[in-house]
Design a binder for this molecule. Structure first.
Ligand code: NAP
Length: 254
């Protein structure tokens, strides 16, 4: 039956940036669909772990700073998740930061930090996960892209560069890993009300300009992304490879 294809019973997932914001919503959605979940961020994810456990699923907290993690550190992370939960079926590369500064003044640190967390760690965590998934013969990798995978934005050159590259990396990895039974896709969220966008919402003119362009007429919430993450993590999306799925209240359609 079609709804059974969306179920994640017996599956195991690793979600980065799972302590708050959209990552917390992804982790809870995967647990609601039946998965056990490893939760990664810099300081632990106690609230998310509590929510996952309350659903009757296992939660495993992994503390890792993606700004300094080496490829070997990331391989250790996937091994930890896999050993503790009994395999690794799903990776959600969600952790991300944004630095806002006019391009004329943009600092090297604001370039390097964003590229490291939003792009380099995505590539090498995917590589580590895919080595495990290839051995198992199946896996799902979901990267988190952005409207700035398609557009340039304002005062965010490193973020636009990283998120545009995430879309390219998603397509490249999908081409190489589809024959191994691994689906690599991305979700491109529109404008969502989290800490990441708090400065935009606090700026009345930016807030009004953004809302004016969203056909749905409101900022998104973590719940608006939960259907997409379960779909791209489940058998229901087995024939999807290299797609960048916008969940944006219609932003790109304008
Ligand atoms: P958020 O509320 O700022 O949360 C970011 C998460 O990433 C936190 O859990 C954070 O952990 C983690 N993180 C940041 N730096 C890290 C590091 N060095 N090592 C490990 N974890 C780190 O952001 P969000 O709005 O939920 O965004 C989540 C993802 O969606 C990001 O990739 C973002 O670019 C993308 N996105 C967001 C929007 C939006 O409108 N909000 C739109 C498009 C795309 P700590 O708590 O330890 O800092």
């Amino acid at each position: 039956m079609i709804l059974d294809q969306f179920r994640l019973d017996g599956k195991t997932a690793l979600v980065t940036g799972a302590g708050r914001g959209l990552g917390q919503g992804y982790a809870i959605a995967l647990a609601e669909a039946g998965a056990d979940v490893a939760l990664l961020d810099r300081t632990g994810c106690p609230q998310t772990a509590e929510a996952v456990t309350a659903l009757g699923r296992r939660a495993h907290q992994i503390v890792c700073d993606l700004s300094t993690a080496s490829p070997q550190d990331l391989a250790d992370v996937t091994a930890d998740a896999s050993t503790t939960l009994g395999g690794l079926d799903i990776l959600v590369n969600n952790a991300g930061i944004i630095r806002r500064q006019p391009a004329l003044e943009f600092s090297e640190a604001n370039w390097d930090d964003v590229l490291q967390i939003n792009l380099t760690s995505v590539v090498f965590l995917s590589q580590a996960a895919a080595r495990l998934m290839a051995a198992a013969g199946h896996g799902k990798i979901v990267n988190i892209a952005s409207m700035l995978s398609f557009q340039g934005g304002i005062n965010v050159i490193s973020y636009a560069a990283a998120k545009s590259a995430v879309a390219g990396v998603t397509r490249s990895l999908a081409n190489e890993w589809a024959p191994l039974g691994i689906n690599v896709n991305a979700i491109a969220p529109g404008y969502f009300a989290t800490d990441n966008t708090a400065p935009l919402r606090a700026d009345a003119s930016r807030d009004a300009a953004i809302l004016d362009r969203i056909p749905a007429g409101r900022w998104g919430t973590a719940a608006d992304l939960q259907g997409a993450i379960v779909y791209l993590s489940s058998a229901a999306s087995d024939y999807m490879h290299g797609s960048i799925v916008a969940v944006d209240g219609g932003w790109l359609a304008r």
